[in-house]
Write a protein that binds this ligand. Structure first.
Ligand SMILES: Nc1ncnc2c1ncn2[C@@H]1O[C@H](COP(=O)(O)OP(=O)(O)OP(=O)(O)O)[C@@H](O)[C@H]1O
Length: 525
């Protein structure tokens, strides 16, 4: 008994001496010298007294280098994330870093710090060790290598199986979830050909979610289900021997929510977005390089695809002789949108280059990617570009229906029902207004208005009635024009029929083919 008491008092005095030396050294030595020595003190304490707390130690190195993998150890990263939770309360020495585009500060345990964790009533300890490179272990050089780290998990031998079989997988899984939550999404755009980098990015901070998208609820759910099924289909794609990617075509008039749906998709899946400006791509080789440089879990978007490639009527206008040639080499058309460069693009990207981009050999280099086109004129696109297998899901975004209006009324006015709803339902059936215009009319014009809901609905009714009247006048004018031209049309009709027989025939068959294929997946929203 006496021997035991003496043993513990010896340990106590050694620990006290070491603590005193540590504190003294930290105060008197220049900080960079102390930085170099600190790891040795902790190593000594750990190897001398680690046995007091634990029987088993498992080490997770920061970097792994063997024949199967070379790089940062994913388990280490997951543990780092897992331990960052509540670390500000559990550890006394902390590191701080910014997350989510500088929106918050995240804390994690500092080097040589110990954190206690509990799992099913079992206590374990995590220790973060920094291993200095041998050649620079004690150095006066400020620019010395930072060194590598490892986490050491310490626990009693009797819990070995529960720790290895349940606790460690749990920590890794939780760590991955935390990483996913903390990862800030990026919005990339391709750089000019002269730049060294292929893509440049900003933090993606679009607030759109599917809850706020105005569309028919079943259709919305169908898109969400499709996206979620895609993210879980790695094995399925492997089994059928196809690259793990999916193509979406979003089409409809301006202001029906195509861009909002893209943002909602990215937010739902936590994917990065690559906004590919096709006119800035020099040629097919550059296009391929851009593709290879995208990361997995991303959405590659080509907006207004009909304005990027000259697909307009290429099949209708060209002669049979040059049809094949032209469908392979298509010049980039000058941009239609005001925000874009009005000059003719010098890009030499061709339709075949674009088709290869979507599903050629190189497109299989990454995984879990969505390729998405938007257009206001689906009829102008070459059927080859949007056929099933390339664009798997065709989604039409259209004028605002009553179901879509209800989503907007809930979002903008916090109204789920109102006696003006029925009148709005009738007007929406009688006229065409985009969700963007409906939203604009609903939006309260001055903040804090008491009866903002009712005012918003009345505004919308006025706007719908006006739109209905404009449509009526236009229809009347069109009828009048038809009447005036009726005689002339009759004279010319035989001539036109002859011309159309030659060139329109194929266009019609393409359209038929498109119609057939669209039955299952075409969503009219
Ligand atoms: N379906 C919708 N649901 C919710 N909001 C919508 C919807 N459609 C349009 N909006 C609103 O209108 C604005 C413009 O919509 P958006 O840019 O998504 O349309 P778009 O179809 O991409 O238009 P464009 O073809 O001109 O690019 C959005 O900021 C959004 O507030």
């Amino acid at each position: 008994m006496e021997g035991m008491v003496e043993f513990w008092s010896q340990i106590g005095s050694i620990m006290a001496t070491l603590m005193f030396v540590c504190t003294f050294a930290e105060r008197v030595l220049p900080s960079r010298v102390w930085d170099s020595l600190e790891s040795y003190f902790y190593k000594i304490v750990h190897s001398l007294f680690g046995f007091l707390f634990t029987d088993v130690t498992i080490t997770f190195e920061e970097y792994q280098s063997d024949e199967s993998f070379h790089g940062r150890n994913e388990a280490y990263t997951a543990i780092e994330n897992y331990l960052s939770i509540d670390s500000s309360e559990r550890a006394s020495k902390l590191k701080a870093k910014t997350t989510k585009g500088m929106r918050s500060i995240a804390f994690s345990m500092d080097d040589y710090e110990v954190i206690t964790d509990e799992f099913e009533g079992i206590k374990v300890k995590w220790y973060l060790e920094k291993q200095l490179p041998v050649s620079q272990s004690i150095s006066w050089d400020v620019s010395r290598d930072e060194g590598r780290r490892c986490y050491k998990l310490m626990f009693k031998d009797k819990y070995r199986s529960i720790i290895t079989e349940s606790y460690i997988p749990y920590v890794i899984e939780e760590g991955k979830k935390i990483k996913k939550r903390n990862k800030f999404q990026k919005l990339y755009t391709n750089c000019n050909g002269d730049d060294r980098d292929l893509w440049t990015y900003v933090t993606f901070q679009h607030p759109a979610t599917f809850d706020a998208i105005a569309m028919e609820p079943n259709k919305k759910q169908e898109i969400i289900n499709d996206l979620m099924a895609f993210t879980k289909s790695k094995e399925y794609y492997n089994k059928i021997g196809k690259a793990w990617k999916r193509g979406y075509l979003l089409y409809g008039p301006p202001g029906t929510g195509k861009s909002s749906v893209i943002a909602a998709m990215a937010n739902l899946l936590h994917y990065d977005v690559y906004d590919l400006e096709l006119t800035a791509v020099q040629d097919n080789t550059s296009l391929r390089k851009l593709l290879i440089d995208t990361s997995k879990k991303s959405i590659i978007v080509i907006e207004d695809i009909d304005c990027s490639l000259d697909l307009t009527g290429q099949r209708k206008n060209q002669s049979k002789d040059d049809e094949n040639k032209d469908s392979k080499v298509l010049p980039i058309k000058e941009m239609a949108k005001g925000t874009r460069d009005k000059k003719k693009s010098k890009s030499k990207v061709t339709l075949s280059g674009l088709l290869n981009f979507i599903d050629g050999l190189w497109s299989a280099c990454g995984e879990e990617r969505i390729i998405l086109f938007t257009t206001n004129h689906v009829d102008k696109l070459d059927p080859a570009l949007i056929r099933r297998g390339r664009m798997d899901k065709h989604i039409e975004l259209s004028y605002c229906g009553f179901e879509a209006f209800k989503v907007l009324a809930k979002n903008y006015l916090n109204l789920e029902s109102h006696n003006l709803f029925e009148k709005i339902r009738t007007l929406l059936e009688e006229t065409r207004m985009t969700p963007a215009d409906v939203a604009e009319n609903l939006m309260p014009k001055s903040p804090g208005l008491e009866n903002a809901g009712e005012v918003g609905l009345e505004n919308l009714i006025l706007a719908l009635e006006k739109a209905k009247e404009v449509e009526r006048l236009k229809a009347e004018e069109a009828l009048k024009d038809d009447g005036d031209n009726g005689e002339l049309d009759e004279e010319e009709s035989d001539e036109e029929d002859d011309e159309e027989d030659g060139s329109e025939g194929e266009g019609t068959s393409d359209e038929d083919e498109d119609d057939d294929s669209s039955d299952e997946d075409l969503l009219k929203i």
